[in-house]
Design a binder for this molecule. Structure first.
Ligand code: HEC
Length: 165
């Protein structure tokens, strides 16, 4: 009897690994338009929270926070380019909100940005997104688009969640 214990242990580990791989594949399919953690975060929300997020999602403040988050965490969920993601940390965490403030003015929004912000943008972001924020030759996301791509995806997810309740 004792000798089957290792086999049972191996089978359990195998089963767990297969289950996990399947589950991961499955869940990434359903949330591939937004980052996984955001989808998980939202899934814990109740209806008033979803409504509250939807009521703020088109505001310049929400957009600036989103831009700050992308700078700090990077982006790989927009699938804008096949083989390229945006690395995190092109500017420091301290500078990220300043640059986000500057970026929003490229879209015609009012924001009182720190004077170093335009230089930080020019030297760390403009190479891909262009001095005017519209994306060099359309090959990088247009930062003056409203809503931004990631925000549009969040909106769809939130509206979908609300319709389920
Ligand atoms: C090396 C090129 C490169 C640089 C430099 C770069 N980005 Fe990006 N950025 C990208 C790519 C590629 C994407 C799309 C990523 C994806 O598909 O998820 C992106 C996406 C974004 C988005 C999301 C746009 C949307 O519509 O949702 C924002 C905001 C953004 N970048 C801001 C910045 C800012 C601000 C800087 C400078 C601090 C910067 N980026 C520097 C390549 C770059």
């Amino acid at each position: 009897m004792k000798h089957i214990i290792p086999y049972i242990a191996i089978l359990t580990v195998l089963f767990y690994a297969i289950f996990n791989a399947y589950f991961k594949k499955h869940s990434s399919k359903t949330v591939h338009t937004v980052s996984k953690s955001y989808a998980q975060h939202v899934a814990t929300h109740t209806v008033p929270h979803v409504d509250e997020a939807l009521s703020r999602i088109d505001t310049p403040e929400y957009t600036r926070q989103y831009i700050t988050d992308i700078i700090n965490h990077g982006s790989e969920s927009l699938h804008f380019k096949k083989n390229e993601v945006m690395e995190k940390g092109f500017v420091s965490k301290q500078d990220a909100p300043k640059v986000a403030c500057y970026v929003s003015t490229l879209a015609g929004e009012k924001c009182d940005y720190a004077k170093e912000a335009s230089l930080l943008y020019a030297s760390n972001c403009a190479g891909c997104h262009g001095n005017d924020g519209k994306g060099v030759h359309g090959s990088y996301p247009d930062l003056t688009r409203r809503p931004l791509l990631g925000i549009e995806m969040r909106k769809e997810l939130l509206e979908h969640l609300r319709s389920k309740h």
